[in-house]
Design a protein around this ligand. Structure first.
Ligand SMILES: Cc1cc2nc3c(=O)[nH]c(=O)nc-3n(C[C@H](O)[C@H](O)[C@H](O)COP(=O)(O)O)c2cc1C
Length: 191
């Protein structure tokens, strides 16, 4: 159990308790061939509205030209820490089906797939950190996405590095206690 493990008010499966979003990634860690198959397989088996599976992923590994293009679109502090991750994955929602019919749950479904991916990644010893702070239009332009393909978030994935490498302000956030709304406040009705 790490000091970042969630302090839960009821037992949950270990992988959920152990998932957290670091900013310190090991800049020397690279991904062997095939290392990401498991996480995308987990995403693939997420539920989705009418089984439409609207999730798509742009997978870039540190050192590639695509990784640099994704990194360039990150905003604020994100660029500082996320460039040390072994991979930056753009999470894309297909907002219409093959016939052009709108998929109103596309972003919801994508979120579930990323959640599956995150839990699988944690179980495999990776850490992941999702980001909404990036320029959507810039990502769409950089990878020639259609108007119906929305880049919703970016996931940094890699091995945990030392918090000592972070600038002061980020190190403070990295080590701050993890907080959550009380369980009782989440349940609107519990009849
Ligand atoms: C959709 C989404 C967008 C996020 N955007 C950012 C971001 O731009 N930068 C960042 O440092 N963290 C970002 N996060 C990470 C959250 O801040 C983090 O998940 C939250 O504080 C809970 O911490 P934990 O994941 O360690 O439990 C984002 C998370 C999600 C799910």
């Amino acid at each position: 159990m790490s000091p970042r493990t969630a302090q839960t008010s009821a037992p949950v499966i270990d992988t959920i308790a152990e998932r957290w979003s670091p900013r310190s990634f090991d800049a020397d860690h690279t991904l062997p061939e095939g290392a990401l198959r498991g996480i995308f397989e987990a995403a693939r088996w997420a539920p989705s509205a009418s089984n439409t599976q609207p999730w798509r992923f742009i997978v870039t590994r540190r050192g590639s030209e695509s990784f640099a293009r994704v990194a360039e679109t990150l905003m604020g502090f994100n660029q500082q820490w996320a460039v040390n991750a072994a991979a930056l994955i753009v999470n894309v929602a297909n907002t219409v089906d093959a016939e052009g019919k709108p998929l109103p749950w596309a972003e919801y479904d994508l979120g579930q797939a990323v959640s599956h991916l995150s839990v699988q990644a944690t179980a495999e010893g990776f850490h992941v950190h999702q980001m909404g702070g990036f320029d959507r239009a810039a990502v769409a332009a950089a990878f020639g996405l259609a108007e119906t393909q929305t880049p919703v978030s970016i996931t940094a994935l890699g091995r945990l590095g030392s918090a000592d490498q972070l600038p002061d302000v980020l190190r403070e956030r990295e080590l701050a206690p993890r907080t959550r709304v009380d369980l009782d406040d989440l349940i609107l009705v519990n009849d």
